[in-house]
Design a protein around this ligand. Sequence first.
Ligand code: ATP
Ligand code: MG
Length: 402
Amino acid sequence: MNEPFLSAKPIIQKLEEQSFEAYFVGGSVRDYLLNRSIADVDIATSATPEEVKSIFPVTVDTGIEHGTVLVIYNGKGYEVTTFRTETEYIDHRRPETVKFIRSLTEDLKRRDFTMNAIAMNIHGEIIDPFHGRLALQNRMIECVGNANERFQEDALRMMRAIRFVSQLNFSLENETKIAIKANAQLLQHIAVERIFQECTKLFQGKNKNQAIQFLYECNLWNYLPELKNHQDLLPCFQKWEINHLSEKQVWLLLLFLSKTNNPTGFLKSWRMPTKKISYLSKALFFLHKRLKEEWTIYSHYQATKEISIDVESVYQMIQNQSGENIEQKISEIFLSMPIQKPEEMKVTGADLMLWFDRPGGPWIKRALEMIEKAILQKKVSNEKGAIKGWILTCNLQQEKDC
Ligand code: ATP
Ligand code: MG
């Protein structure tokens, strides 16, 4: 056993000292068995939340109604969750209330996929009543119990299945796949925010092409915001290998393929955070520009380095070009620029008002833009004195390029 399990081991030991059972469970055990890096360990225990709180001096009630207590130990937080069953599923969503139990097997039984229903004790011994290790060996995503019932209980599990396809490069076990197809319409009951989270993980995964193929095959695509109106995109994903694209680049590609003229509206219906919406709307603008013309130093500068890289990566892919070393090439272009963003200019609107002895107004913006371009074209160096000398010779009224 290695980190992060080793640091969490004393928590399980303390619970065991008090005669409770406790195990590592869920994603951390799955990823450990797959030799993947592990973000956080989850601990499941027979102790109730109150019992957990009485054992550890510092805890936080992060999700106590679901049985989860955050135990702070050695300056780090560990989620400790009481064994539980989820009985009352209403509207195909996970229940608000749960029932605490003392049986590990029952707790593992309520989990979504066999690979996520494996427990490990502090000696590294595996408890695997639903043959999750076999599923891991076969690289299969398979429901615990009856797939049809499991998706009817909680429809989000269908999206989780497909994002694991992308993240782990796994396939869908046949019965699981058939059940997703049969229940796809239940996705309507799930909050868009949660679907968005799963799609984000899907787009971050390494097997996006296969996952998107499954979204189509299983009819889930029909229930995704905005994309439901785009049944025609599948051939694109069969034609283009998108596995190397970043998550943001996939969103940019989707915006482009959807032909939307309202990217903000498109992304808002996904409940995407506003900052990301602005970023992607700007990137879409530059992608359209790129399709019409080559980059210039000024357009790279306006776009920013990050957007330039994202736009060029998507552009090269839709043009069926190799797209090699895009990041390196664009980074070099930015390194060669005298300034990379407006804040780096050594002149402000206040300087201009002083030099020209004029009150503020739209002319300031125009003048700053002229200076910006001149600096980028290396007509003038980015020094106050040089800029002053240069701008005073310009005819600002006529917006003449000096
Ligand atoms: P990730 O690596 O993305 O965190 P994960 O499998 O750990 O993947 P979590 O959302 O952290 O996913 O959930 C932890 C565990 O809780 C899962 O491994 C699974 O056992 C269980 N679980 C999570 N969501 C569900 C669900 N909708 N239905 C049943 N069990 C679930
Ligand atoms: Mg997890």
